[in-house]
Design a protein around this ligand. Sequence first.
Ligand SMILES: NC(=O)C1=CN([C@@H]2O[C@H](COP(=O)(O)OP(=O)(O)OC[C@H]3O[C@@H](n4cnc5c(N)ncnc54)[C@H](O)[C@@H]3O)[C@@H](O)[C@H]2O)C=CC1
Ligand SMILES: O=C(CO)COP(=O)(O)O
Length: 320
Amino acid sequence: MITVAGSGAFGTALAISLASTGTPVLLWARDPEQARLMQQSRENALRLPGIPLPDSLQITADIGSIPPETPVLVSVPMQKLRDMLIAHRAALSGRTLVACCKGVELSSGLGPIAILSDLVPDSIPAILTGPSFARDIAQGLPTALTLACAEAEVGKSLQKALTTPNLRIYRTTDTTGAELGGALKNVIAIAAGAVMGAGLGESARAALMTRGYAEMQRMALALGAQPETLAGLSGFGDLTLTCTSEQSRNYRFGQSLGRNATFDPTITVEGAATAHAVLTRARTMKIDMPITAAVVALLDGTLKLRQAMDMLLSRPLKEE
Ligand SMILES: NC(=O)C1=CN([C@@H]2O[C@H](COP(=O)(O)OP(=O)(O)OC[C@H]3O[C@@H](n4cnc5c(N)ncnc54)[C@H](O)[C@@H]3O)[C@@H](O)[C@H]2O)C=CC1
Ligand SMILES: O=C(CO)COP(=O)(O)O
């Protein structure tokens, strides 16, 4: 039995994919009414309308019903992870917990692995990340993800348990690289969306993605990540997907900034809070992150897009 805790788009998609092979999967939703509706209609009409839930997928709003010692995929937005773990620590303790979120916590500057370790110290923390849209996974389209766990044997068994015919899992022990790749690419995706929204062109976006990748590497390597992880699915792979697709909420949010348009505040946009958290960390560590700084200035309204671009373009000339 595998449990997914959190019934948003990504949690539901993972649960559907895993259950599509006949594996028993339990999906926990915090809202009993949503759980009841999903169980009754056999669909998550809120987040993944039109995609049926396989028979071996059961829904519950009772987190206490998760069988002991089985792994749990924790799929809530980054800025909600702490509250969720505090509220349900007892039910989640003593097992492998796989974070399925991308970001850095604003209040602490920590990523999901550190938060899992702090709040549920008797768990084995892991992270599942990489280029994948929830709807693609739920529809059974081919997808590849990175599973990172510092305990190599646990990582191997998770890799086996989470692989399905359409979901290919690569593994690493570099949790720092995996979580930072997923977090930082969302900030660059906001910038890429803003450039495209403002009509600055695909050449500008390619430049931004490349320099954004350099910036991601500077921060991640300084924090101990391995360069191969950044060059893999969770870094370069996810950067490419998120900066080039309107399926991405971070990208669409960036487009709306570039167009000076409004954006639905209820939509999860991980890169916004993460940009602030990363910039604070970068300043403390004296790491140059001009694109992240430009995104923060855009978000705070201290610069308009054209001014942010001028700021990036007028930096001192240097070697690549
Ligand atoms: N949607 C996608 O295509 C993908 C999302 N992700 C990541 O997955 C994470 C979750 O994103 P989505 O599922 O898309 O978000 P979502 O906005 O679709 O759903 C968030 C879910 O979290 C639940 N939630 C919020 N606070 C909670 C709390 N305190 N306790 C319990 N549940 C709580 C909400 O009820 C909702 O069901 C994000 O970090 C995102 O970056 C990763 C890959 C793909
Ligand atoms: O992480 C994702 C793709 O890998 C999903 O991106 P968004 O959160 O921007 O929709």
